[in-house]
Design a protein around this ligand. Sequence first.
Ligand SMILES: Cc1cc2nc3c(=O)[nH]c(=O)nc-3n(C[C@H](O)[C@H](O)[C@H](O)COP(=O)(O)OP(=O)(O)OC[C@H]3O[C@@H](n4cnc5c(N)ncnc54)[C@H](O)[C@@H]3O)c2cc1C
Length: 437
Amino acid sequence: MKFIVIGGGPAGCAAAYTLGKEGHQVSLFEASDCVGGRTKQLKRDGFNLATGALFLMGGIYPRTSALLKEMGCDKQPIPWGGASELMDKDDARYPVSFVSLSSYLRIPVMTVADKVKVVMTAIKLHLSQGAKNPFDGSDLARYDRGENLEDWSRKNLGTRAYEYMIRPLMDFLYAVPASWLSTPFPLAIIQQAHKMRLSVPPEGVGQVSSWFVQHSQGLRLHLSAPVVRVEKTASGFSVHAAGEVHEADGLVVATEAFVAAELLKELISAETARKLNGTPYTNYAHVAIAYEKNPWPDYPVDLVLPVGAGETRNVGAIVLHSRRNPSSVPAGGEVAGVYFNTPPLPDMSDEDIKQEALDMVARAFGKAPQPSFVHLFRYDRGLTIAKPGHYSTLDSVHAEMPFGVFLAGDYFSQAGVEAAVFSGERAANALHDALNR
Ligand SMILES: Cc1cc2nc3c(=O)[nH]c(=O)nc-3n(C[C@H](O)[C@H](O)[C@H](O)COP(=O)(O)OP(=O)(O)OC[C@H]3O[C@@H](n4cnc5c(N)ncnc54)[C@H](O)[C@@H]3O)c2cc1C
């Protein structure tokens, strides 16, 4: 059969790859001039900058890992240990491993009573039910009690564990206050935290999408071809892109949720469009400060996470990218990446953000000479997050799609490559099953 995939992020590329395996004729339309979506790279002056995603998460990303293995690419991502330190407001430093929750218990601010509380809660969490698949919205919806992560953490872990464990992790991963997040996803990830291993494909996380495309049999890839209209025809659908009309028996729409709502507006109800348009995407900004000559070759950790009880923080993390992905910098170079939290961004100009990034890098790693360049990445809609109620609302959208149309995208769960890949593979399988019944 003839299928069209709209959107070439990891969700759309996984969908195209999966449909190709079933022997279908697949065309993929991507608005940008390369695949990867919010995982793609930007080449500048010999540096290979991550515009968005920074790492894969090993056993926590089972479908991504399985498909990489199937394509023979699983040995290519390079492990990243994520050696980190918490930087307190008085500049005290506490070494931790980003991927080991128990390492946070060793920091001196945690009292014996704090540690006992965390360990008891961890045991209870392991013995309790939770979403088995943190990337499946229907599984997550079953465990959504309407509670937010800050309230859950303060109640179950105590204030210091919230401030020195949950806040720094969530600031780096989602850049929003924990009070904006629903609990089922983070709790399911904590239950599986022992499987977490960070790794980075040599060309950056965007390479995952390139691998899907390279291994998609007979894929017709249309780059710089934004889809502007989708219509129902007597036998299927017509898709308008780059001044041409393309016919298909079925579609996977793997764009951001608000784009899907716009493209499908003639085919879905106003209520379904409202649900898609209601998907929260947060403001996001990060700054890449590039140096031809690494000013901190011997700095003991790769990642600094600002902390401080009760403190409002504009920056969630500062990363030495040569450690995360050695091929992202020219030999002997370094990029310090400064990742901002969402709340201050509406009140900050581009210049404010760049200046604060430079100040934070000096505070984290020590003064450095003039950088080669400072590159700001700023998005009105950066990361998808899930507030209480999100999963059931979005999950209900699947059943409201017209026959032959399936949606994919990270927004059914919470931002992350696995959420996208899982949803893309699922949409492709559902499309194949529906039209081959
Ligand atoms: C700063 C940042 C850091 C991140 N860090 C990580 C990380 O370390 N690890 C991780 O796992 N995840 C990370 N993520 C999240 C990850 O990037 C996303 O979850 C993932 O890219 C979502 O994939 P997707 O395919 O659903 O959507 P997208 O990647 O957004 O892809 C959607 C695609 O649709 C295309 N499109 C839109 N409109 C049209 C149209 N009309 N026609 C055709 N194409 C269209 C877009 O151009 C885009 O390529 C990060 C994200 C950001 C922003």
